[in-house]
Design a binder for this molecule. Structure first.
Ligand SMILES: NC(=O)c1ccc[n+]([C@@H]2O[C@H](COP(=O)([O-])OP(=O)(O)OC[C@H]3O[C@@H](n4cnc5c(N)ncnc54)[C@H](OP(=O)(O)O)[C@@H]3O)[C@@H](O)[C@H]2O)c1
Length: 286
């Protein structure tokens, strides 16, 4: 059994990866502020001593690095935090992973691919591209996992993410108003864990894996296709978003032949996951 350490296991993406990998592997998850799962270990990725202490105490075979500043910063304080997490944080992870000889999976983002001359290439995209470059230097080996906008159930149902907004529409009856202007290839969250599992098992030989469905959809499309199963009306709005449309090369991903093979199956899987939440939707949100 391989030992895995997942950073950011308290966040939206990391909590689902932590949940899924535990079914097959010995997994340690880390948090920073929000210890919503008692089993998580505290780490500060911006502090080299903290990273060393935790990594050396658990000595994992694989680090799955998910912790990050995960959106475009909106003010100077957020810009500063993004630099700390997405540059210094990555440097610390790379350094200590090499010290303990661990392989690294870096959860990047499609935004890392945005052309640097494009106005859509904001500093968040540049920071994810930096993380990719640095993680390729891991001596034991590394995999860059590149999702687009992620949808699907995570034990973290409260962070403000696209799928969690859809849960709010259902469980808190917030109005469902979604943009029609920007299209992207949606990523199913369970596919991220499945790809990481295959890498751990030695079944992935490439060092980059784009993970998404080969179809362009808007947030309105996703909202409509999920919420219509719950009898919820969705209002379209044209936010006139001039964001870049990044189409990922998904050849290697489709070759993995994972369960949930197309957009319709992804929607059905998510509807099933929502039905299973039932009374477990967080009470403090009500
Ligand atoms: N969500 C998406 O649609 C999407 C799409 C593409 C790529 N991604 C990538 O997926 C990753 C996770 O995104 P997310 O949406 O899950 O974000 P998130 O919910 O905000 O999670 C961020 C995680 O980082 C941790 N963290 C923050 N500061 C830290 C520090 N100083 N030391 C250690 N950990 C720290 C947080 O811990 P606490 O909460 O405990 O403080 C949390 O677990 C990011 O790398 C992002 O680029 C996400």
């Amino acid at each position: 059994m391989k030992k895995i350490l997942v950073t950011g296991a308290s966040g939206y993406v990391g909590a689902r990866i932590y949940l899924d990998l535990q079914k097959k592997h010995e997994v340690v998850g880390t948090y920073f502020n929000s210890d919503f799962n008692d089993n998580l270990v505290k780490i500060d990725i911006t502090d080299l001593d903290s990273v060393r202490l935790v990594f050396k105490a658990h000595n994992p075979d694989f680090i799955v690095h998910v912790a990050a500043f995960p959106v475009s910063p909106q003010n100077d304080d957020q810009k500063k935090l993004m630099k700390e997490l997405n540059y210094k944080g990555v440097d610390n992870i790379v350094k200590v992973s090499n010290e303990i000889g661990a392989k690294v999976v870096f959860v990047s983002s499609a935004i890392a691919l945005t052309d640097s001359s494009s106005s859509a290439n904001d500093i968040y995209g540049q920071s994810k591209a930096y993380g990719e470059r640095e993680c390729k230097k891991i001596v034991a080996g590394s995999l860059i996992v590149r999702p687009h906008t992620v949808f699907g159930y995570s034990p973290n149902m409260t962070n403000d993410r696209s799928f969690n907004r859809i849960l709010k529409n259902i469980f808190l009856k917030t109005p469902a108003i979604y943009d029609t202007s920007w299209k992207f290839e949606p990523t199913y969250i369970g596919h991220i864990s499945a790809v990481i599992d295959k890498y751990i098992l030695g079944d992935i030989k490439t060092n980059v894996m784009n993970v998404a469905m080969d179809i362009l959809k808007s947030k309105y499309d996703l909202g409509f296709d999920i919420l219509s199963n719950f009898g919820i009306e969705v209002t379209p709005v044209d936010d006139k978003r001039a964001w870049a449309v990044t189409e990922l090369d998904l050849t290697d991903f489709y070759k993995l032949n994972l369960p949930i093979k197309n957009y319709d199956e992804m929607i059905s899987a998510m509807v099933k996951e929502i039905n299973q939440i039932g009374n477990n939707y967080p009470k403090e949100m009500n």
